[in-house]
Design a protein around this ligand. Structure first.
Ligand code: FES
Ligand code: FES
Length: 156
């Protein structure tokens, strides 16, 4: 079956029981997406499926035929980081960093649909992403800052 992965068409043949998380990490070597609980309880495995954030550990790979998948590897790069990646660094919003890819993908989906989210909207949108290091206040600040950077950039 064919998927679009970070903008590039890919042909993959996942077994029926393979989750999207397993496909990404174990078969396609995209290990930026993290496996923590592997049961839909933490959000570390969040990716975008046709622009919507999903837990890839709860998503069957075979159900993704024809869909667009975006992972943290497709959000930005070291040379061209996404505003969220810059803002997380500036606000020191990652400690161990293990939850961070999932946080970034959840935040990216939020900002794409709501360029000026309130703190309450940020908290609500990110409530499915747990951080064992407890960096929540910094994460909210970073998402707010990134949204501001993107608004500024779009106004030229
Ligand atoms: S690893 Fe998927 S929700 Fe925790
Ligand atoms: S930064 Fe460590 S779990 Fe979030």
């Amino acid at each position: 079956m064919r998927i679009t992965l970070n903008g590039t068409p890919r042909d993959v043949s996942p077994a029926g029981h393979t989750t999207l998380l397993d496909l990404l990490r174990d078969e396609l070597a995209l290990t930026g997406t993290k496996r923590v609980c592997d049961r839909g309880a933490c959000g570390a495995c969040t990716v975008h499926l046709d622009g919507q954030p999903v837990y890839s550990c709860l998503t069957l790979a075979a159900g993704c035929e024809g869909q667009e998948i975006r992972t943290i590897e497709g959000l930005g790069s070291v040379d061209a980081p996404h505003a969220l990646q810059r803002a997380f660094a500036l606000e020191d919003a990652a400690q161990c960093g293990f939850c961070t890819p999932g946080q970034l993908m959840a935040a990216a989906a939020l900002i794409a649909g709501n360029p000026d989210p309130s703190d309450d909207e940020i908290v609500a949108a990110m409530s499915g992403n747990l951080c064992r290091c407890g960096t929540y206040p910094k994460i909210v600040r970073a998402v707010r800052r990134a949204a501001g950077m993107l608004r500024e950039a779009s106004h030229g």
